[in-house]
Design a protein around this ligand. Structure first.
Ligand SMILES: [Zn+2]
Length: 424
């Protein structure tokens, strides 16, 4: 048995925020009681959470684990170890691997690999179309049978409105969410950052915010037509969020996520350093303010990392040639604390919701701290000071714009299915 004692339990599902001890037996929570309730129990491993928050296990709805096919950038093992270090107990991995995860044999490969070497749970997302090529619908039912939790052609949007409608119709009958990387590729073509004064100054090709919001508009209308569950990935523009708000007001099942880099950085932060290159690109100040407002008022459902490792040989090249993407797992909580909580924009409870019940709701599952529930817990400090060095990471990649940054607040222990997967 494992006893997590002396911590402050924070559970959005029951709106609990109180000193509690949590007793874990095997893979499940046995009991939750007032401090000291379980003192004197024998054969119990103690995890002293004094001064720390004990929350339900964080879920990352958007990550790239690069396996199969790009194991020099990340593997299921290295990626989940990095995720556990970031406080995540479950990671949803996007299907843009090599080959693309568009069939059930790859689903089974990922599920089996994660069971044998994963530090966290891995919940795979299957491709919406064959090879994510946007022509023919993928074998979604067979992948669902094998364990996918959603579909997406992430890395790109589902190519056409016609195919998106077909995927949505199909996913509605299977009760699977459709996760959209919203991008009008004709508007974004050739762009490496957000269009604006900074892109002009740097002489880099920019894409307008509309490259995202035009696609969100298409998808919201198709969600209304089909009744499907639509989730907008890494939403970065105010105009996109306005569409999501409009959809919600009409009662549509539309949700969205924002990444820590989009609520922290803006296009003005971009230099010729490829660690600042991601897709969607860093947005304007106005957009960032709108994202934070949406996080605070509930329009944004989820904080997701879009952890996108690229080995140094690929990423450390000129800005124009570098692939899009940055690491995300190990800085997500610290950035959320810094940008949102310490600055009094949201409560700690709301932040935990964005990492737990928020993503769970998108997936149609529950996330709470209660007896009988899976013992997935994230223990963190809001005060621990530390400096981020990607060189310390179990990830195989180093591409973070936050390297060298000092933070206040950190994951202290990650418990997955009753097992301590990470301890600071
Ligand atoms: Zn994407």
């Amino acid at each position: 048995m494992l006893l997590i004692a002396n911590g402050r339990v924070l559970d959005p599902a029951s709106k609990t925020e109180a000193p509690r001890d949590v007793l874990v037996d095997g893979e499940r929570i046995e009991e939750i009681g007032a401090p000291g309730t379980f003192a004197g129990l024998r054969d119990t491993e103690l995890l002293d959470a004094r001064g720390m928050i004990v929350a339900p296990g964080f879920i990352d709805l958007h990550a790239h684990l690069r396996e199969p096919g790009q194991e020099s950038s990340e593997t299921i093992e290295s990626g989940t170890r990095s995720a556990a270090r970031g406080g995540f107990t479950a990671v949803c991995c996007m299907p843009n691997t090599q080959p693309v995860h568009d069939n059930a044999s790859i689903t089974r490969f990922i599920v089996d690999k994660a069971r044998s070497v994963g530090a966290t749970r891995v919940w795979p997302i299957g491709a919406a179309s064959v090879g994510s090529q946007g022509e023919a619908i993928a074998e979604i039912a067979a992948m669902k049978e094998a364990g996918i939790v959603a579909v997406s052609d992430d890395g790109r949007p589902i190519a056409t409105a016609r195919l998106t409608r077909q995927v949505m119709d199909y996913c509605r009958s299977l009760d699977l969410p459709v996760i959209e990387h919203a991008e009008d590729v004709s508007l974004a073509s050739g762009a490496v950052m957000r269009e604006g004064v900074t892109s002009t100054r740097l002489g880099l090709r920019g894409m307008p915010a509309a490259a995202e919001s035009v696609c969100v508009s298409r998808d919201v209308q198709l969600a209304e037509l089909t009744g499907a569950r639509l989730h907008i990935a890494h939403l970065s523009a105010k105009a996109s969020l306005d569409q999501v708000r409009w959809a919600r007001d009409r009662g549509l099942r539309v949700s969205c996520e924002v990444t820590p880099h989009h609520f922290t950085l803006v296009d003005e932060d971009v230099t010729y350093d490829s660690r600042f290159k991601m897709n969607p690109p860093l947005a304007s100040r106005e957009d960032r303010a709108a994202l934070i407002a949406g996080i605070a008022d509930g329009a944004v459902d989820v904080i997701a990392t879009d952890h996108a490792p690229h080995e140094p040989a690929l990423k450390d090249v000129e800005f124009d040639r570098a692939p899009f993407g940055v690491l995300g797992f190990e800085t997500a909580l610290a950035l959320a604390l810094e940008q949102l909580v310490h600055s009094n924009r949201i409560s700690l409870m709301r932040m935990v919701e964005l990492f737990t019940t928020g993503p769970a709701r998108v997936l149609g599952i529950e996330r709470k701290l209660a007896p009988g529930e899976p013992a997935d817990l994230t223990v963190f400090s809001t005060a621990q000071e530390w400096k981020y060095d990607p060189g310390d990471s179990p990830s195989k990649s180093r591409n973070s714009p936050f390297a060298g940054k000092t933070f206040r607040g950190a994951p202290m222990a990650t418990v997955v299915a009753g097992r301590v997967a990470y301890r600071r």
